[in-house]
Each structure stands twice: as structure tokens, then as C-alpha cells.
Design a binder for this molecule. Structure first.
Ligand SMILES: [Zn+2]
Ligand SMILES: [Zn+2]
Length: 252
């Protein structure tokens, strides 16, 4: 800051950059000049790299599923923290055009709220995600085999079992194949946990019981890889199955 003597003999403070008289200084310059030196959005340092799966349309950052908005907010915040330390900041994606994202950033720097808008680049590489690769390759880790005790399951039971299996899926699990057989239904699924959950749900709704068995399938990275079969047995009599199903339903 600079001091100038006024005619009255008093000293007044002035900003050394713009010459304006002021009492408020940040880093020895006035607030306006301080704000002019701040460039929150740096298009060169803030590029966002994303993967886009052409099969399922999901976006990925470092193998993790994300959205353009989340990835943009994450990258801008990370860069702001790298430059200014642990500051309070708010990042908002305004809109997005092909390879550019328009963002609004609000941050608190040295007690001053700075709000700026600008554009950053988006690098989007199109490919195929792990999950889609596995589905395309027919991958499965478990089979749920739906059968009935001493009879053939009805078509309705198998369709119901199939619907239950589909609704039991959680991200990022998948069913790679469903095979309708004369004596039952085979459901090929991506993980053991998901096969077990499906079996439990099918038994809960249609009655019967299930047991699991594992078979050594191979080795990967020094670990044994198993394929697990869940054999679901619906009750012997179809009416009994319904009754048991209702019973369990009511019991919850
Ligand atoms: Zn100034
Ligand atoms: Zn995909």
C-alpha cells in the first residue's frame, strides 16, 4: 500500500496497482485488484479425462463408474486444492459441449468470495468397460439352477424365478445367460454373492430350499477360482409351493 499526505496533514492509503484510495487491502492491494489477479479456472491444468463405454453408455474415471458432472466437479476441486490448499469451494457444471464443459466456481480466498465461470476441456475416450467385456465374453462365476422336487416346475414358476433373479441384481452384477430347460431354468450370473442372493429370493417367494456347491475352475494370480452352483429345489407339490410361499410371505 502507498501513503499520500492530504492537504490536512492526514495520511491516506492507496492501492499501488490502481491508485484507488481504500482501507481494505489483501496482499497489499485493493480487493478489486486482488480479484483481478485470481483465475480460478485454468483450462490447461483442469482437463478431465473420462472413459465412455460404447455398449452401456456409462462414463468411467480410473475404472470407477462416474458421470460427467461428478468427474468435472472432482477435477476442478482437486486442482483448486492443489493451488490454494484446503479452501472452501463450490463447483457447478453449467453446460457441456462435445469436448468442453462450462463451469461456475465459487471459492473463499483470504476471506473474499470469488465467483468465476469458464471452460475446461473434456477428454473422452470411447471403449468398452469391464462389465460389458465380460458380458460379451459370456463370463459367469455362478449358476443358479432352478428345479422342482420330484416334478417338473411349471412355466409360470420359471418365469417368476427369472423375474425374481433379474430384480435381485445389484450394480455391477449381471446375468450373462438364462437357459430355459424342460426340467428347469439355469441362470448364469457374474458373482457368487449375486447367485446366492437370487437363490434366497426365489426360495422366499416360491418355497423350497437351495444348497450351494463349488467346483475348482482354475487359478488366477495364485488364487483358486471357483465356479459355484446353487441348486434351488422348489417344493414337490405345486400347491404346496404356493402355500409355503404364502406362509413365508405372511411371516415377514
Ligand atoms: Zn487496486
Ligand atoms: Zn459398459
Amino acid at each position: 500500500m502507498m501513503y499520500k499526505e492530504e492537504g490536512s496533514g492526514k495520511w491516506k492509503k492507496f492501492c499501488p496497482l490502481c491508485g484507488r484510495q481504500t482501507e481494505v487491502f489483501i496482499d497489499s492491494i485493493c480487493t478489486e485488484c486482488f480479484l483481478r489477479t485470481i483465475k480460478l479456472i485454468d483450462p490447461r491444468a483442469m482437463r478431465v479425462s473420462l472413459g465412455l463405454c460404447r455398449s452401456c453408455g456409462s462414463y468411467f474415471r480410473g475404472g470407477e463408474k462416474t458421470s460427467i458432472e461428478d468427474a468435472v466437479v472432482y477435477s476442478v476441486k482437486r486442482e483448486l486444492r492443489r493451488r490454494y490448499g484446503d479452501i472452501r469451494c463450490d463447483v457447478e457444471l453449467i453446460d457441456r459441449k462435445e469436448k468442453r464443459a462450462r463451469v461456475r466456481v465459487k471459492a473463499e480466498l483470504k476471506g473474499v468470495i470469488v465467483e468465476q465461470t469458464g471452460e475446461i476441456g473434456l477428454d473422452i475416450k470411447t471403449g468398452s468397460c469391464d462389465r460389458c467385456n465380460r458380458i460379451a465374453g459370456g463370463y459367469y462365476a455362478a449358476i443358479v439352477q432352478v428345479r422342482a422336487q420330484n416334478r417338473q416346475p411349471t412355466y409360470e414358476e420359471l418365469i417368476t424365478a427369472s423375474k425374481i433373479a433379474e430384480s435381485a441384481l445389484e450394480e455391477p452384477e449381471f446375468i450373462s445367460k438364462q437357459q430355459l430347460l424342460k426340467h428347469g431354468l439355469d441362470i448364469y450370473v457374474s458373482s457368487m454373492a449375486c447367485g446366492r442372493r437370487m437363490s434366497r429370493e426365489i426360495v422366499k417367494h416360491l418355497g423350497g430350499s437351495f444348497r450351494e456347491s463349488r467346483k475348482l475352475y482354475g487359478r488366477k494370480d495364485g488364487r483358486n477360482i471357483y465356479r459355484v452352483s446353487f441348486s434351488v429345489r422348489l417344493p414337490g407339490s405345486h400347491e404346496g409351493a404356493k402355500a409355503q410361499g404364502r406362509e413365508r410371505w405372511r411371516g415377514r
